[in-house]
Each structure stands twice: as structure tokens, then as C-alpha cells.
Design a protein around this ligand. Sequence first.
Ligand code: AVI
Length: 316
Amino acid sequence: MSDEADPAFRRDVLAGLAAPVRAVPARWLYDLRGSELFEAITALPEYYPTRTETALLEAHCPDVARIAGTGDAVVEFGSGSSAKTPILLRAVAPSAYVPIDISGEFLRDAASALREEFPVLPVFPVEADFTRPITLPQDVAAVTKLGFFPGSTIGNLVARTAVDLLRAMKDTLGPGAFLLIGMDRIKDPEILIRAYDDAAGITAEFNLNLLHRINRELDGTIPIDAFRHQAIWNDRMSRIEMHLEAMRDVAFAVAGQDFAMGTGETIHTENSHKYGLRDARLLLRAAGWGVVEAWSDAEGRFALVLAESEAPRFAP
Ligand code: AVI
């Protein structure tokens, strides 16, 4: 097996291919090539979330500053290598910026990019898994926190895991905190399917890259040309699902184990849940966040939601 093989990748792929409903966790889509392809997706004409959210941030970060105040410490979940972070930082004039990411490399890149634009802003990078509560640096202990979680990444989690994550963020940020979060809204399934199955085939390449990665890192023999990318709107679950569908009967090995799939069978590779504004409020409330304001574009495609940490109270 390749030296690059990650034991967790091997475990997830072998278990996922053997499961009655085949599925591989979406995080394995993001190797170096996968991350490059995702960057390319964000610039596609059909992929509206990135540009819609960026425009919402440009329009409403001054409102965020008005409601949440200025001078807080901005805590970003996932490091802000994108263009979005500076928009928020310019508007809320934070006393510090704390990017949290599991990858030290992403953190260093993001921190150095921001230092150029905000030379006097104290930056305290934290290398950690933010799905669990984290102790923030002592330097920001005394100031209120404004959490930032853009990109509608929350949609890639099923509701139970999304609530766990939002609750961990609340614990990390502490009393009196605000959270600014991007959430993609329910809309015409045709628009959604186009966004996840673009004409140039970049999303297809992004999805199929998982098979290349399995073959390369786990000694796989998957006949990649026998698979096609599928983007499906699952209305009951309110989500876009990405699958890899076998177009003929196939047999292959991965890490020495044999697998077979019949024509039309799929490997489920990603979920992207979409939320109505009421659903978004309920999801946040389940994790102890009260929605203060939600801004949407004129077509109602995307929501930028500002929530405030709720103090526990007795309730009937
Ligand atoms: C990262 N995440 C928010 C993207 C989404 O829209 O769910 C991932 C993606 N998958 C295919 N296209 C974009």
C-alpha cells in the first residue's frame, strides 16, 4: 500500500464499501486535488453559494457590527483562506482574530495572508478539531467572541451532527457570544442539481477523484470509467446527495479486499442539506443559539444568519 495511506481513510473506505448502503464520508473528497477542484467549483456559474454569500457579507457585515458590536474577538471555524474573512474583519474591527483549523498548513497560509491586509490585528491561530469544545487562547479570554462559520459547510452534516457541532461552538465561544453562519436555502431542485452537476463537469471530476484517490492510496483496482457522477435532490431529507453510480457490473479490490457492484448501484459520497429559515432557526435553537437576524439575497437562495448564545433557562 502507498506510503501516503491514512489508516482512517482505509478503515472508512473498507467499511463504507462493505456496508449495505455503500457510503464513504465526504471528508475524504478533499485531498490536494479534491481541494483544488472544490476551489474551481466555487467559481462555476452554476454554483451560486459562494458568490451569493460573499455579496451578503459585503452588504450586511455593517449590520453585524451594529448588532453584535465592534471590538470582539472573531473566531473562525475552518481557517479563512478565502476572500470572505476580510469582509467581516473590516466591518467589525475585532480586537483579535482566532482562526481554528485541524490543518496547521491551512492555518499558517490563512494567517499570513491576513497579516498583510491587517498588520496590527493580533492573530492567534489554533490548530484543533473544532467539532469538540476548545479552550481558546488566554489572550482573548476577556473579550466577547463572534464566531464565523461561512460556506454553508454546516449543510454537509446530518442534523444530529450539525447540532453537536453548533453546541461545541457555543461552548468554545462562551457566554454572550454571537455566531455568523452561512446556510444554503431550499430552492427549485433544478437550480440545485445544476449547482452540483455543472456543465463543465468539474463537480463530476471532484466526485470521481475519490476513486482515483482510493486506487492510488489504497492499492485499488476500481475501473473508474465504469462510474459516473450523480447529483440527486432527496426531498424527504431536504438535501442534495452526491453518488458514484456503477454503469455496468464491476468487481474490484481495495487494500486486498474484494468488492462487487451491480449496474445502477451507487456509493454515496456527500450530503448537502438545504434549510428553510424556520428550519435554520430550529437547528440553531436545538444547540442553544437564538437567531437575531437572517439576511437573504433577492432570490432567497442563501441565508447569512446571526445568532446569539442563549443563557440556559427554565422552560415549560
Ligand atoms: C463544502 N460544501 C459546503 C460544498 C457544498 O456545497 O455542500 C461541497 C460541494 N460539493 C459539491 N459541490 C460543492
